[in-house]
Design a protein around this ligand. Structure first.
Ligand SMILES: Cc1cc2nc3c(=O)[nH]c(=O)nc-3n(C[C@H](O)[C@H](O)[C@H](O)COP(=O)(O)O)c2cc1C
Length: 325
């Protein structure tokens, strides 16, 4: 067994580092480079339901024949999906690390059928990148969350490979949500996706996209929830995502209880070769602390194992303003 090996979604990974879904995982060249530099697994760029629908609606329908429109629609849909399926097959042929495709759905019914094609193409697991922005103030949190559960139930009926759900962090009760995933047979949860955010340009007085890349400080929020979620008495794996910019950052998530750690922004900045550096940093720390395997320290500082779990519950800075301190 290699020193950095971990188990995620029931699959052995030789490193906890996973290259997360992005353009960095959209070509066979990049995927090979990720493997050569020590990635434990790769999550392919998401296949977006919205993107496919957009292509389809952009097709000129000058003939006005409904049959022709239907044909074109199907052709576009199948072509886009075919390209994706080819990438999976190619990746499975040329890589030895696990290949995890990702689909992004914006409806619960959507296109769960494609999940079957993805599984048939040889995928080791499926990640669902899913976030339904609650924009309807009349809809309760329970109603909003039901869309996730409906989607998962449909997918579970369709495929047998392990499913990981990549979620955003704006839920009223994240631990309950994860529990609900678990009872529906989800094997893993990716905490958390980092979404497109709007910003404001004061000069132009206009809305602009905020930076698409994370900073290390964004880890803190995630760390709390991984520390809490990994301490629950349920068998669901956790893949940490957001803010990992070094091997040390990855170690923090492992200590909080993550089973694997996904990396994106820092690889855009430093290239996929940086995975090697991160693996080395983790090994050096393990040597220094006398750990021979990740399982010896994974979760050591989570909500259950840490002696003072109250540190995970504290939210206010009251203590610092109190005269008793
Ligand atoms: C340019 C770019 C493209 C991305 N595309 C996807 C995607 O297709 N699917 C997905 O689930 N996440 C996507 N993400 C989110 C990343 O996978 C990751 O969860 C997020 O960037 C947080 O990790 P980081 O802090 O290591 O960057 C993308 C991120 C970036 C920066």
């Amino acid at each position: 067994m290699e020193k950095l090996s971990v188990k995620y979604l029931g699959i052995e990974l030789k490193s906890p580092l996973i290259v997360s879904s992005s353009r960095l995982t959209s070509t066979i060249g990049h995927l090979k480079e990720a493997e050569d530099n020590g990635a434990g697994a790769v999550v392919l760029k998401s296949l977006f339901e919205e993107q496919i629908s957009h292509y389809i609606s952009a097709i000129p329908t000058k003939y006005g024949y409904p049959e022709a429109d239907d044909y074109l629609e199907n052709y576009m849909r199948l072509n886009t999906v075919d390209e994706y399926l080819n990438l999976i097959r190619q990746a499975k042929e040329s890589l030895s690390i696990p290949v995890i495709p990702s689909i992004n759905c914006y409806s619960s019914g959507g296109w769960t059928g494609f999940a079957k094609n993805i599984a048939d193409a040889g995928a080791d697991a499926l990640e669902i990148n899913v976030f339904f922005l609650p924009v309807d103030r009349k809809k309760s949190a329970t109603e909003s969350e039901k869309i996730y559960f409906d989607l998962i139930e449909k997918l579970k009926k369709t495929i047998r490979i392990p499913i990981a759900v990549k979620i955003g962090f704006r839920f009223s009760n994240t631990l309950n949500l994860i529990d609900q995933f678990y009872v529906r047979g989800v094997a893993g949860v990716v905490m958390f996706n980092r979404f497109y955010e709007p910003d404001i340009d004061l000069n132009k007085i206009d809305i602009i996209p905020a930076s698409i890349f994370s900073t290390e400080s964004e880890m803190r929020y995630v760390l709390r929830w991984i520390g809490m979620a990994s301490a629950q008495d349920i068998k669901i794996d956790i893949s940490a995502s957001t803010g990992v910019h070094s091997g040390d950052d990855a170690l923090k998530y492992l200590l909080a209880g993550a089973n694997s750690v996904q990396v994106c922004s820092v690889l855009y900045k430093n290239g996929l070769g940086y995975l090697k550096t991160m693996n080395r940093q983790m090994e050096e720390w393990m040597d220094k602390k006398g750990f021979k395997s990740v399982s010896e320290f994974r979760g050591k500082l989570n909500y259950r194992n840490y002696g003072k779990p109250v540190v995970y519950e504290r939210t206010q800075f009251m203590k610092y303003f109190s005269s008793e301190d």
